[in-house]
Structure formats: structure tokens, C-alpha cells
Design a protein around this ligand. Structure first.
Ligand SMILES: Cc1cc2nc3c(=O)[nH]c(=O)nc-3n(C[C@H](O)[C@H](O)[C@H](O)COP(=O)(O)OP(=O)(O)OC[C@H]3O[C@@H](n4cnc5c(N)ncnc54)[C@H](O)[C@@H]3O)c2cc1C
Length: 461
């Protein structure tokens, strides 16, 4: 008889590993504390609009690990992906719009630094796999210095690094950056799913149920139960207990080890390591509902200042100040899937990085500044805004925990590859999945890779 598995948490990692294991015949029960499935990758509804908690672009789309999971379990059509390069994304640089291309990138940089960026990109695409592995523990900033020490060059790459991993290049892993960059550029499949972000965890949950498992929402795990140096089940906040052969946590690794299980059940050096983990940065976004469609674009990069001033701009934000104009990633989810807005209406997001000291921010002012900035990029919006939501890290915290950070455990040089916490814990039958342990790649794809690796470990046992 196949083993029973309880999964605590239904983010991408939890639902994905649930689908993979249920397909292999494990008896899967997944509990999530929220009323919506998906953690950071969920979507809520308001007045007929379906709004993602985050601001997502899926780097490898239909050619990446999120889709690979559906192919492994024989449900390749459970998701439909819409490419983000049709129409081609725009660059809005200091008020001028152009198609995002090498040519438009050239206007962002002095000619010598443009050449350095192109050389770095070319090397990323051709560098041997062995060398990528060797570069895993080299900070990206150190590696970039061999191309140029110019701050404009560094700011340019820092923007991409920030979008991928939400950690600064001084801490980011060069190997992880090159591997992820290569995946995105070579596959040319960056996309967004029909049905919004929540369609992905919903597809995995449909698989869990199809293969005989159960998914329970509004079910917070209060405690992971231990007996004789092995985990044996969980207790929910409603007081019910549930037993299983294997427990997988998709909740925050620190919360899992220190609170849900309790540090006394682990070796002291493991507990110290878990306590020392650092997390990705934070962001905020406005989600604007319009009474009509004002643009056909799906994606616009809004860079409102010269790259030579980027450091000062970021420093201001990190100090908790609100800039006069706000740059960032603009996505238009209802142009990927018109079903995300009521007929004839449009949904537009602007997301931007903020200080980790986010609890003391003036969100009303952030919202107003974001809306002003967005209207500069898309003046056609004027007079058509029905309402807008200011989604802050508090919303991410509600859906995923972890102080509302964007990704999970940061992909810094001391937290990638062999230095990343493993999905396998020192406590018998307890495993971790998602952006907290194992895996590689960008955001949701990091979580999906973590799930693929864990399913492999458990099915080979
Ligand atoms: C604003 C924003 C923008 C982003 N942009 C992108 C992007 O463009 N591309 C990309 O790929 N990724 C992006 N991400 C990151 C991506 O969404 C996350 O990295 C990924 O979804 C995390 O998956 P996870 O498996 O770690 O689960 P999490 O999202 O961490 O979910 C954890 C789950 O566990 C549940 N849980 C926690 N504690 C308990 C408990 N005690 N009992 C029961 N359940 C519990 C939670 O309810 C939640 O469902 C973005 C995230 C944000 C917030």
C-alpha cells in the first residue's frame, strides 16, 4: 500500500508536490489556512475583476517546470498559457515609449556600458554548465566587476536581478542568475496563465482530487505531531488531529521548524542554520480597475529616471521615503485573459520594490503616487479609473506569511544549491517544499522545481 501524505500549505510548492505524489498513488491530504488556494500565487475577486495577490510574469511559461508537472501527471491541457511577447513588451523610458529591444536598451546606457551589457548577456548564453556551477557561490556584483565597475552598468543588471530574485547583486548568486537568465532568454516562453495566477494551484489541486486526494481550505495547521523522533501527523487549529506517514510543510521553514514542530526536536546546529536564514525583499502594487480598455499592451517596463540616478532613487525607497514618480513593472492581466475583467473593462497593475520596513509606510500616498505615475505612462486612463487597490506586503503576509516578502528564502550565495536548506529535514518523515528549500529558478518556478525534486526523493524511497 502507498504511503499517506499530509501537506501543510497550498502554495505552488505544496499543491505541485501534492499533484505529483497523488499521481504516483500516494494518499494525499492538503490543508491550507486560507480561503483561497495558492499562497502568493493566488487571485481574489472584486466587483467582477479577478486580481492577483502579486504582479506575476512566469519566466519559462509553457516550457518551464510549472507546465512540466502537468505533463508528468498526464494533464498537459489543465493550463493554457498566453505569451507575453505578443504584442512585444514596451519600454517606457523617461516618457518615451519604444518596443523593448536591444535598440531601446541602448538608449538607457552610455555606448561603452551598452557594449559591456551585451557582452555579459552573450557570455551568459554561451558559458559552460560546469562553469555556471562553479559560479554559484560568487556574488553577482563581484562577477560583474570583470565587465565594468561603472555604476550605470551595475544598476542595469541590478534591475534584472531584482526582478528575478528580489535580492541585491552584492548577495545574489552568479550561477543562479546565469542559469535562470538563460532559461528565460533561450526558451522565449515567458507567459501568464488563462484564469489568472490562481489557475496554476487550482490545476494542481484538480490533479490531487482526480488521483484520490483531498484539499481542505480554511484549515490552519497549529502543530506538527512528533512521536519517537519521527513526525506522525498534524493538529489543526480546530483541534482535530490527522495522522500520516509523511508530513510535507509548504509553510515558512522557520515557522515550521521553530513553532509548528518545535526546535527541541532538531539538532542545535540545524536550528541555528534555520534561524539565520534571510528572506527576499518586499514590494507593493496598485491594481487599477478601468471602465474601458485603454491599451492592447500586456507588459510595460516603466523606467522614469536615468540609470546613473538609479542608486539614489533606490536608496530613497530603502529609507522609507516615497519618490515623486514611481517606476516598475506594469502588467495588464486582462489583455492576457479578458475573462479577468467584466466585459469591456480593463485591469492594470503597477508593482515596485519597497523597503523591508514596510509596516510604517503611508500607503494612501504610495497609492496616489503610483496612480499618477501610471497615468503618465498611459494618459488614456484619465477619467476611466473605477477604483484601485493598494496591495501591500500585508496582503502577501496574509496569504503566505513570512513578513510578506516576495519570494521566500532569498537566493543569496549562502542560500543556493547545496547551501540552500534541503527538502529533507533531520526529523524522520518531515519534509519542506516551495521557495523555502531546494529548487532553483525564479519565484513560482523555484517552488515548482523544489516540488519536482522532492517528488523524486519520495518516489525513489
Ligand atoms: C508581489 C509579488 C510578485 C511576484 N512576482 C513573481 C513573478 O513575476 N514571477 C514568479 O515566478 N514569481 C513571482 N512572485 C513569487 C512567487 O509568487 C512565490 O515565490 C511563490 O508563489 C511561492 O511559492 P511557495 O510554494 O513557496 O508557497 P507560498 O506562496 O509561500 O505559500 C505558502 C502556503 O502555505 C500556507 N500556510 C502557511 N502556514 C500554514 C499553516 N500553518 N497551515 C496551513 N497552511 C499554511 C499559506 O496559506 C500558503 O498558501 C511574486 C510574489 C509576489 C508577492
Amino acid at each position: 500500500m502507498k504511503k499517506s501524505v499530509i501537506i501543510a500549505g497550498g502554495g505552488i510548492g505544496g499543491t505541485a508536490v501534492g499533484a505529483l505524489l497523488a499521481h504516483k498513488g500516494f494518499q494525499v491530504t492538503l490543508f491550507d489556512k486560507n480561503d483561497l488556494i495558492g499562497g502568493r500565487c493566488t487571485s481574489y475577486e472584486k466587483e467582477g475583476f479577478k486580481i492577483d495577490v502579486g504582479v506575476h510574469l512566469f519566466g519559462e511559461g509553457a516550457k518551464g517546470p510549472l507546465q512540466k508537472i502537468l505533463e508528468i501527471i498526464g494533464m498537459p491541457d489543465a493550463l493554457q498559457w498566453e505569451l507575453s511577447r505578443d504584442p512585444r513588451p514596451l519600454l517606457n523610458y523617461k516618457g518615451q515609449k519604444s518596443v523593448y529591444s536591444r535598440k531601446s536598451m541602448a538608449q538607457l546606457l552610455p555606448p561603452s556600458e551598452y557594449d559591456n551589457v551585451m557582452k555579459f548577456f552573450a557570455d551568459c548564453m554561451s558559458i559552460r554548465k560546469k562553469r555556471i556551477n562553479e559560479l554559484y557561490y560568487t556574488p553577482l556584483e563581484t562577477y560583474l566587476n570583470q565587465y565594468s565597475t561603472n555604476s550605470t552598468f551595475h544598476s542595469f543588471i541590478a534591475m534584472i536581478c531584482g526582478q528575478y530574485f528580489c535580492v541585491p547583486p552584492s548577495l545574489a548568486s552568479t550561477g543562479e542568475f546565469i542559469r535562470s537568465f538563460r532559461g528565460v532568454v533561450s526558451k522565449r516562453a515567458s507567459a501568464y496563465p488563462i484564469g489568472g495566477c490562481i489557475a496554476i494551484p487550482e490545476a494542481y489541486c484538480a490533479a490531487i482530487e482526480k488521483f484520490g486526494g483531498t484539499v481542505k481550505l480554511n484549515s490552519e495547521v497549529k502543530q506538527i505531531l512528533v512521536d519517537n523522533d519521527a513526525v506522525i501527523g498534524i493538529e489543526l487549529v480546530d483541534g482535530t488531529t490527522h495522522k500520516a506517514d509523511i508530513i510535507i510543510s509548504n509553510a515558512d521553514i522557520q515557522n515550521t521548524i521553530l513553532n509548528l514542530v518545535g526546535k527541541n526536536h532538531f539538532p542545535a546546529d540545524y536550528v541555528s542554520r534555520i534561524k539565520e536564514l534571510t528572506y527576499a525583499q518586499h514590494c507593493m502594487a496598485i491594481k487599477v480597475a478601468l471602465d474601458k480598455k485603454v491599451t492592447d499592451q500586456k507588459l510595460i517596463m516603466h523606467i522614469h529616471i536615468d540609470y546613473s540616478n538609479m542608486d539614489a532613487y533606490i536608496e530613497k525607497i530603502l529609507k522609507g521615503q516615497i519618490p515623486d514618480e514611481i517606476g516598475g513593472m506594469i502588467t495588464i492581466p486582462s489583455n492576457y485573459d479578458p475573462g479577468l475583467a467584466p466585459e469591456g473593462k480593463q485591469l492594470i497593475f503597477l508593482g515596485t520594490g519597497i523597503s523591508s520596513d514596510w509596516r510604517n509606510q503611508d500607503w494612501k500616498k504610495w497609492g496616489e503616487k503610483c496612480l499618477e505615475s501610471l497615468q503618465k505612462v498611459l494618459p488614456e486612463m484619465e477619467g476611466h479609473v473605477l477604483w484601485y487597490n493598494v496591495d501591500t506586503p500585508a496582503l502577501v503576509e496574509k496569504y503566505a506569511g513570512e513578513d510578506g516578502n516576495i519570494i521566500g528564502v532569498g537566493q543569496t550565495i549562502n542560500q543556493v544549491k547545496e547551501r540552500r536548506p534541503s527538502q529533507v529535514t533531520p526529523l524522520k518523515n518531515l519534509y519542506i517544499v516551495g521557495c523555502e528549500a531546494g529548487g532553483w529558478g525564479i519565484g513560482t518556478e523555484l517552488a515548482a522545481n523544489s516540488a519536482l525534486e522532492l517528488a523524486d526523493i519520495l518516489t525513489k524511497k
